[in-house]
Structures are given as C-alpha cells and as structure tokens.
Design a protein around this ligand. Structure first.
Ligand SMILES: Nc1ncnc2c1ncn2[C@@H]1O[C@H](COP(=O)(O)OP(=O)(O)OP(=O)(O)O)[C@@H](O)[C@H]1O
Ligand SMILES: [Mg+2]
Length: 248
C-alpha cells in the first residue's frame, strides 16, 4: 500500500479562494494507484475546484500537489496530463464535430507519436465503442458520450483519472454500465489507475468507491470507508436540508 501511495496522487493542504470566497481550505487527499476514491459534498463545497487545481486548470493559493515523487504544483494542465493525470468534466467536453475515433485519437496523440491508429482501435474495442467509430461525437446517445469521454481520457494512459460527475444525466441502466466500466478500469492490466470520482448519486458512490472524502464549504469533514462515512455525524449534518440526505 505504501508503495502504491507513492505512485499515486497527493494533495497536501491545498487552499484556493475566489475574491474572498474560500472555495478550498487546507484540503489534503491521497489517491493510490489501483484505488477508487469518491469525492462528495453539497453543491458549492469545492469538489470541482479541487479537480481543477489538481489538473492544473486553476492554480492553488497554497499547498502542494504531487504525482508519485513529482511535485506538479503550478504546472500547466497539458504538462500535468502528459505526466499522468487525466480528467473528464462536469459538463461533457467532447469534440462534437469529430468522430468517435478522432476523439479517442486526440487523447492518444497527447502522449504518443507512433502506433496511434492501432491504439485507437484497441481502445475503441476495449470500451465497446467500435460500432460508433465513424459517428460524430455530438450525435451519440448521452450515455455513450460519457463512455467516450472516459475512453479518450484513458488514451493518455493516466496514472490518475479524475471524473467530475460521470453519472450525471444517465439513467439507471447507463449508471450501472458506467459503474461496471469504472471497476473494470481499476483492475485492467493496461489501463488500471487510481480514480477520484465526484458524484451526487450517493448510492452509486457508496457502491463504487474504496474510500470516500467529504467536503463541506471547502473543508474536509470526513474521510474513510463508505460504511464509516455514511454514519459520520458531520456528514449527516452537512447533508441535512439537501436532497441527497435521504440517500445517506
Ligand atoms: N472560477 C471560479 N470563479 C469564482 N468562483 C468560483 C469559480 N469556481 C468555483 N467557484 C465558487 O467556488 C465554490 C465551490 O465551487 P465548486 O464548483 O468547486 O463546487 P462543487 O462542490 O463542484 O459544486 P457542485 O456540486 O454544484 O458542482 C462555489 O461557491 C463556486 O461558486
Ligand atoms: Mg462541481
């Protein structure tokens, strides 16, 4: 476990404010390669901001981010992606006018210069996207778009994959498929990585994740195994008055 943690992601005392609003305050989190972490909390608690800071979309004010033994604090997002952190977005961001294959190619090309076609074909096959290969991404059913976004992110062969509400907008069947896919990815010989997943569907998060980190108003209020987090008084209190409460 110690060795796995070394090759994973560490955020140490990360703080970020937006013109006086403290979006994150001294948040620390470790995601070892090969584990699935859930990141939950009420709306506006800082979840997406933490992913933005880790992936270099936003600089943090204080704190450090490490990937294995590399300090990635303050690096540009494209450099961080090449070092091994991939992500998806709360609102799907695909190249909607490009085909499914071209979208996956964009991920692969970010890190590799040769053998690209073969890798694209293998990725499409691995994630059941071959039948959609020549379809424009914007014309795909929504659930397939979510799957494509993850496949494209995995094209960069990340050590850590950050998923911002991957199940948002999916129906129950699609959510179940996504859950199975994410478990498969964790255990995959080629694409296995550590994952940090935000979602408001707490039942899904509780089933999916090995460990859960809970934010409220930019601060960590609990961290641990799903069964412990769901019973944590601070978590129950944070969710009081929110619609997710009934799911705890
Ligand atoms: N770029 C930004 N500029 C100014 N304020 C921001 C910015 N990004 C986030 N915030 C603010 O920071 C706080 C945390 O937002 P964030 O998007 O991280 O929350 P979240 O936990 O992802 O919420 P949700 O569950 O609704 O997606 C919110 O008050 C938000 O309005
Ligand atoms: Mg968010």
């Amino acid at each position: 476990m110690a060795e796995a943690a070394m090759s994973g992601l560490r955020a140490i005392n990360v703080s970020k404010s937006f013109s006086g609003l403290q979006a994150l305050l001294k948040v620390s989190l470790t995601v070892p390669v090969g584990t699935i972490w859930g990141l939950i909390g009420p709306n506006g608690s800082g979840k997406t901001t933490l992913l933005n800071v880790i992936s270099g979309v936003l600089p943090c004010d204080k704190g450090e981010i490490w990937l294995g033994d590399t300090n990635i604090t303050g690096l540009r997002s494209d450099r961080i992606a090449r070092l091994g952190i991939a992500r998806t977005f709360q609102t799907i961001r695909l190249f909607t006018h490009l085909t499914v294959a071209e979208n996956v190619e964009a991920g692969v090309m970010a890190v590799e210069t040769g053998g690209i076609d073969d890798r694209v074909t293998a990725l499409l096959d691995r994630f059941d996207l071959t039948q959609w290969r020549s379809t424009q991404a914007g014309a795909l059913p929504y659930g397939i778009q979510r799957r494509l976004e993850i496949a494209r992110a995995l094209g960069t062969r990340p050590k850590i994959l950050l998923l911002d509400e991957p199940a948002a907008g999916l129906n129950e069947t699609e959510s179940e498929e996504l859950l199975a896919m994410i478990h498969d990815v964790r255990d995959d010989a080629e694409y296995g990585c550590g994952m940090l997943i935000i979602d408001h569907d707490l039942r899904l998060i509780m089933r999916l994740c090995d460990q859960i980190h809970v934010l409220n108003e930019g601060r960590t209020i609990a961290e641990g195994a799903p069964q412990d987090v769901r019973q944590h008084p601070a978590v129950i209190e944070a969710y009081l008055g929110h619609q997710e409460q009934s799911l705890l």
